[in-house]
Design a protein around this ligand. Structure first.
Ligand code: FE2
Length: 388
């Protein structure tokens, strides 16, 4: 048995209808709340009204900052931090997908520290302190796991860079995971966020920080995603399937908080950093076929375990054969959920692949892959992702 440590401070409230607990959960940490969401649109109105009513009945005064965009920028975080200061907020509530929850964390830092969120990235000398406002997270998609992680991803458009605050101080105090909130997620967002959760679970198995604890959760998450994601992409109203995906996403979030991701996430961050019209899940999907083949010979046991989840008949095959077949199973999975594409499908110029390769090496993710890519190998790998 390997030695390991495992830490998770978030109070998780999981289940259908749990959204009604949001007011009481926030009131435990403050009386003046900044609610952080994407712009109010008709499909979100009922949810936002319900959240505000719950806050009000718990005696919490709320200001609503609804300026969050996909791949939230440093400017977007600064506007949110200003809103927090103006309201004199003592707690931040992020309601939405990864963008809203990550922004809530970055706003909680910027509102209480000098400079901007970009000054507190994981590799900086200055790190967020205890002054950081407490964060409560309500997830409305099943993908980023942000409701249970210490990560807040921010995009700097001037630098064409996407990076992250990574500090235990931004773990949400409470995470509310209510699968009923996910019944109306459109098909492509379901697929893209669901594949992100798959990538979190699979890469955490490969990361050198993996433990028996995270392995157990990662394998369970993968089993749930393999069984339910294709079905829910077909029928978004499948309540049992939505609950399974929400649980898989939470498990995969717990995995990345304690083990971490590998090479695909280096690319999965670099692409939207340079080309913000590409979603994180799409950037992962387009590099997985090349990544699996690049990595497979260096992580046979993990590839075998996941291959046999996809296809139990691979129990009859040798480990080597089962591991290689796993790469084909992932291809098939991507096709089934409508996520089979390459860089060319997003109009990314082939001539920029060398720059993209350089950016994909910046985060520590590649360094945590069982086979660490050199810059030339990263470039070659991205060339393989150009056209499907
Ligand atoms: Fe991710």
């Amino acid at each position: 048995m390997r030695d390991f440590k495992y830490f998770q401070p978030t109070d998780i409230r999981f289940g259908s209808g749990k959204i009604v607990e949001v007011g009481a959960a926030v009131a435990k940490y403050g009386k003046r709340c900044l609610l952080v969401t994407v712009p109010v649109e008709p499909i979100f109105e009922a949810l936002f009204d319900k959240v505000k009513a719950s806050l009000k009945s718990a005696g919490v005064e709320v200001a609503h900052f609804d300026g969050i965009i996909p791949n939230p920028t440093t400017e977007c975080i600064t506007a949110g931090a200003e809103a927090a200061k103006q309201h004199n907020a003592d707690v931040v509530l992020g309601v939405g997908g990864g963008s809203s929850m990550d922004s809530a964390k970055a706003i909680a830092v910027e509102a209480t520290h000098p400079g901007t969120s970009w000054d507190y990235l994981y590799f900086r000398d200055s790190q967020p302190t205890e002054k950081t406002l407490p964060v409560i997270a309500v997830s409305t998609t099943s993908g980023t796991g942000s409701q249970v992680t210490q990560v807040a991803v921010v995009t700097n458009t001037k630098e064409r860079d996407k990076s992250a605050i990574y500090n235990a101080i931004v773990y949400p105090k409470v995470a509310i995971v209510d699968p009923d909130l996910m019944l109306t997620i459109p098909e492509h967002i379901t697929a893209s966020t669901g594949f992100d959760a798959f990538a979190h679970a699979f890469e955490s198995l490969l990361n050198p920080n993996a433990s028996p604890y995270t392995d157990m959760m990662a394998l369970e998450a993968i089993e749930l995603l393999v069984k339910h994601l294709p079905r829910v992409v077909q029928d978004g109203s499948d309540r049992e399937g939505r609950a399974a995906l929400a649980w898989a996403d939470t498990l995969a979030g717990l995995c990345i908080a304690n083990a971490g991701v590998t090479l695909p996430h280096g690319i999965g961050m670099a692409i939207p950093g340079m080309y913000p019209h590409v979603m994180h899940g799409e950037a992962l999907a387009l590099n997985y076929p090349a990544f699996t083949r690049f990595t497979c010979p260096h992580a046979i046991s993990q590839f075998v375990a996941v291959g046999r989840i996809f296809n139990p008949e691979l129990r009859e095959e040798s480990d080597q054969a089962a591991a290689e077949r796993m790469c084909e199973e992932v291809d098939q999975f991507l096709k089934e959920i409508g996520m089979w594409f390459g860089l060319a499908d997003f109009d990314i110029p082939q001539a920029e692949i060398p720059d993209l390769a350089e950016q994909s090496m910046v985060l520590p993710d590649n360094g945590n892959n069982p086979r660490v890519a050199t810059q030339d190998e990263m470039q070659e790998l991205l060339e393989q992702c150009y056209r499907r």
